[in-house]
Design a protein around this ligand. Sequence first.
Ligand SMILES: *Cc1c(COP(=O)(O)O)cnc(C)c1O
Length: 407
Amino acid sequence: MKNILPSPLQYKNNHLTFDGKRLDTIAKKLKTPFYLYSKKTLRHYYGNFQKTALSNEIPSPLICYALKANSNDKILSLLKSMGSGADVVSGGELKKALKAGIDPQKIVFSGVAKTSEEISFALSCGKKGIYSFNVESIEELELINKIAKKLKRQARVAFRLNPKVSAKTHKHISTGNKTHKFGLLKEDILEAIDVKEFWSNTTLVGLSIHIGSQLTELNATIKAIAELSKLALSIDVPLEFLDVGGGLGIDYTAEEKIKLASIDTYMKTVSQALEKYYYSKTEHCPRVVFEPGRILVGKMGVLVSRVVRTKVSDNCHFTIVDAGMNDLIRPALYEAYHEVLPETKSNKNLTTDIVGPICETADCFGVKRKLPKLTSGDLVVIDNAGAYGHTMASRYNERDIAHEIVL
Ligand SMILES: *Cc1c(COP(=O)(O)O)cnc(C)c1O
């Protein structure tokens, strides 16, 4: 079954449009490269995620959007207005989430290196601090307890379980195996629960997992939920939530368009796995927390660039554009595929490498792509750049950070 995820980009009369507006008109007065985001598309994905959680009978779902995918202020405000919470991995992201008006009681804090300063801040925001510290080591738990005691607060914590599964994704974005730095092993969690002095100012309210990103099939997710459930059943503490993490992928490639699990399939899978391994075996009914990033924002954004010039070296043809790996590092870092589309549709009679201005051979958006012949000033669009684009941008080669335009 063809699984087409809605996108704001469409060709109309051979010209690219974004949310129905001509791209050349949008770009006319703007300096390239720039990111372009569609609120309409974001509304679609968030709405769909929430709706399918409810229709698959997930108990009191809480969607904690993973800010690291895209932390644009307007995007965060829109997510907040739709009821989203946040998954943050630094004090900086926590501040951004709060600035967007997200209730601290909808914020979970993940990450292996939370500092004393970040922990104090997260404990002090709002009346009760944040919803949960998703704890990734015993040392972290001890530190949270110590700081909470000093601040006369009670910290809400969840253990992030390392379920020892291998997610089928790029090795740089797989996080759920014991060789990865993330999460705690089951035996270490059980041991920590029995150490009284860790719990004077902390309360165990949940358990979490997050096994990787850009997941297209869900076998590892089912296994991880089974492990999470086993652990939840083996502890006496009544939990408020089970956090199943994020990770659902989008269709960057034609192959992924066919095999990618849809949001509905994902929700059904999560719901059935939780029912089978957990809810059917207990009286307790903790709510479910989700931490989606890419699936909510990936499709809503593109990177708009202009051709600087073309170049021929013997039998190699290069189309050199003004966007580089400092703007969008995914191809260089993860060997990720992004579709590159010319503003004007015409015969794709040329095989060319699309490369950027950075002095690195890895600064390449596509190898041996079929494109029409382009010349200086022509617009090209790098598609599916809403997630892990701008948030990973750097100033390498003393370049400016690309602007973000939200339509
Ligand atoms: C990155 C991350 C996410 C979001 O991952 P996506 O693949 O973008 O959905 C969720 N939870 C944690 C802990 C993360 O580190």
